[in-house]
Design a protein around this ligand. Structure first.
Ligand code: ADP
Length: 302
């Protein structure tokens, strides 16, 4: 099978591992920089061009689209979809998951456990917003933030108001969230492929840090999930329409709550913490569903 990995950087751990896992299984794997692809928008012979040549006879793509190239990257994925190529994640699902607020609204509608979250445009409504989440301490998040940057814990009502005003003064979009203190600076990354959690790790923030991001000095270890955590992660990925997803949960007093669903979850942290061949599982999933005579190809609608 010919599988294209859409990635800006062929030296990244995740990209390398996917290539390796595909080749070990006897597939032809090509890494393509989606920002260097160009396309013809036509109903007859839609094509994706790369370095002057059309990409032909591609059976499946695995998009690894970074947050900074969502717009163009999803256009390339969409072009492959028009050509009938199977994708590990659809362009629609990737776009959806990139919008934190929209994602929370979609999950809320499906009754998935979430931290109580408030959002407002005007700074005139700060008091009401703080009330929604039950007052301080609370967490304020920049909608555009990643890797824990722009996630602030406000311990008092006054601090919360100042931070919200400052962010809004810069015209930044923010959301305000109940602080899940009992999580103790730990979150759980569930790696979902299809309708299974194939690997899970807990990430613990550095001492004194409520954010557990590995980029912020957190450490990771394998974790055993409860059945409720497992089903929450699967439902969250499904609600977003993602076939491959990293679902981040917090253990709260009111059960597991989903913080975020990631459409290009990194492989390094999870493979090293769990010693599970997650890259191989992604390849196996893609191969199973991309096979032209596979019933699954038409059956999986998300
Ligand atoms: P990013 O997408 O930038 O990583 P997150 O929303 O995942 O931002 O937050 C970063 C980290 O901060 C999380 O991994 C978690 O450990 C912590 N955190 C985020 N929201 C809350 C919350 N509502 N309560 C407690 N801890 C939180």
């Amino acid at each position: 099978m010919k599988i294209v990995i859409l990635s800006r950087d062929s030296t990244l751990y995740s990209t390398r591992r996917l290539k390796e896992a595909g080749e070990v299984r006897g597939h032809a794997i090509q890494i393509i920089d989606h920002m260097r692809c160009y396309m013809n928008i036509t109903s007859h012979h839609p094509k994706v061009m790369y370095q002057g040549q059309p990409l032909v006879e591609v059976d499946a793509i695995i998009p690894r689209i970074g947050a900074s190239s969502t717009f163009y990257g999803t256009a390339v994925v969409r072009q492959f979809e028009i050509m009938g190529v199977f994708t590990a994640n659809t362009s629609m699902a990737i776009s959806r998951s990139r919008d934190k607020l929209r994602s929370l609204q979609i999950m809320a509608r499906r009754g998935i456990g979430l931290p109580v979250t408030g959002f407002a445009h005007s700074t005139k409504d700060i008091d009401g917003l703080v009330d929604i989440v039950g007052g301080a301490p609370l967490v304020i998040k920049l909608l555009e933030g990643t890797q824990g940057i722009g996630v602030v814990l406000a311990e008092t009502q006054q601090a919360a108001k100042s931070v919200i005003e400052a962010f809004r003064g810069m015209d930044a979009n923010i959301l305000v969230q109940e602080f899940i203190k009992e999580a103790g600076g730990m979150d759980i990354r569930c790696f979902v492929i299809g309708d299974k959690v194939v690997a899970a790790m807990k990430r613990q923030g550095a001492p004194g840090e409520f954010r557990s991001n590995l980029h912020r000095g957190g450490s990771a270890a394998r974790v055993r999930l409860t059945p409720e955590e497992r089903s929450t992660a699967i439902r969250a990925a499904k609600a977003m329409g993602l076939r491959v997803a990293g679902v981040d949960l917090l253990r709260s007093n009111h059960g597991p709550v989903v913080m975020e669903v990631n459409s290009s979850p990194g492989l390094e942290g999870i493979e090293k913490a769990t010693e599970i061949d997650v890259a191989g599982k992604i390849i196996d999933f893609v191969v199973k569903h991309a096979t032209p005579d596979s019933d699954d190809r038409d059956r999986i609608k998300y």
